[in-house]
Design a protein around this ligand. Structure first.
Ligand code: SF4
Ligand code: SF4
Length: 312
């Protein structure tokens, strides 16, 4: 049976308990698959597709070829490459053919294959979130919905948020803000806090780095602020993309136009690199050094001079 997104079912790729980086207090972060952006530096490449994906760990694989022989969709192939000397074998999964049945995962004798994404009902996710209710109450925490892009699964997100609301749980939403205004409003009206990604200040740069325009994003952010929603812009500072002082000035100007006086700066890191390898994808930032807050002191100062309380 092919499963799909609905008000009662969503494709979740991680539920992280005791999270302290996704809003106030101790939180449970629920990560939903599917995102319309294709940020080249994305730390969660498994979050982008709206389908279950199969990851392959070459350090575990014993090259028995069982996955190749048992896949009912003929989606798995084994490649041989001896162009650089010794033969290197790798397992490739054709995502267009893969149905997500996970026969290969269950049959792999070396546990070298794993599924990214699991269909879960609202009831199931709600029950997991409720397990930590005492911690939310004690710490002023709650639940954060993240992705991927939560706005890509609006029915599931709204159903889950309405359940959480009935228990008075604080809800944060981590979002790119890229959605039609009516979808954006429907979901974000239920959130107590928007952790709102802001990636570039001009449209051309935004399209180059993410594949989409920033105009609907900025417009949605402005509307949320005007409605009185608690918005915290978060800016990933990415080498060669938005890390010049001119970029800092441009981002500050946008924030001033929108009417937000604070922003969190997220220095670039390479935490997602292994995931790219496991999914057979190319990681364009493998040779790019990470940033640390001390590298970005001057960058932060530009925001401060423009009236934005920027912090790490
Ligand atoms: S079944 Fe597992 S161990 Fe065997 S080739 Fe496939 S991934 Fe490697
Ligand atoms: S999940 Fe199913 S269809 Fe996809 S590669 Fe594995 S066996 Fe083939």
């Amino acid at each position: 049976m092919t499963e799909s997104f609905s008000a009662q079912r969503g494709l979740v790729f991680n539920i992280q308990k005791f999270s302290v980086n996704d809003g106030p207090g101790i939180r449970t972060a629920v990560f939903i698959k599917g995102c319309p952006l294709r940020c080249k530096w994305c730390a969660n490449p498994e979050s982008q597709s709206r389908r279950i994906q199969i990851a392959w760990d070459e350090t575990r694989c014993i090259h028995c070829r069982k996955c190749v022989m048992t896949c009912p969709e003929y989606a798995v192939t084994q490649k041989r490459d001896d162009s650089d000397g010794p033969i290197v074998r790798s397992i490739k999964i054709d995502e267009k053919k893969c149905s997500g049945c996970q026969i290969c995962v269950r049959g792999c004798p070396a546990k070298a294959l794993s599924a990214e994404g699991e269909w879960k009902t609202v009831d199931e996710v709600f029950a997991i979130c409720m397990q930590d209710l005492p911690f939310y109450e004690e710490s002023g925490g709650g639940v954060t919905l993240s992705g991927g892009e939560v706005l890509s699964s609006p029915d599931f997100a709204v159903a889950l948020m309405e359940r959480l609301k009935t228990e008075g749980i604080h809800i944060a939403l981590e979002t790119t803000g890229f959605a039609a205004p009516e979808v954006f409003d429907r979901v974000t009206d239920l959130a107590d806090l928007l952790l709102f990604d802001m990636k570039h200040w001009n449209e051309k740069g935004h399209i180059e780095g993410t594949g989409v325009s920033n105009l609907p994003i900025l417009s949605n952010m402005k509307r949320a602020v005007e409605k009185g929603t608690n918005v915290l812009p978060r800016i990933p500072v990415i080498p060669g993309f938005n890390d010049t002082l001119e970029d800092a000035a441009g981002l500050s100007a946008r924030l001033n136009e929108i009417g937000v006086a604070q922003a969190q700066l997220l220095p670039f890191h390479q935490f997602g690199e292994n995931k790219y390898h496991h999914l057979g994808k190319t990681y364009e930032y493998s040779q790019v050094p990470a940033y640390h807050p001390e590298d970005l002191a001057e960058y932060r100062e530009v925001f401060v001079k423009n009236g934005i309380k920027a912090f790490f």
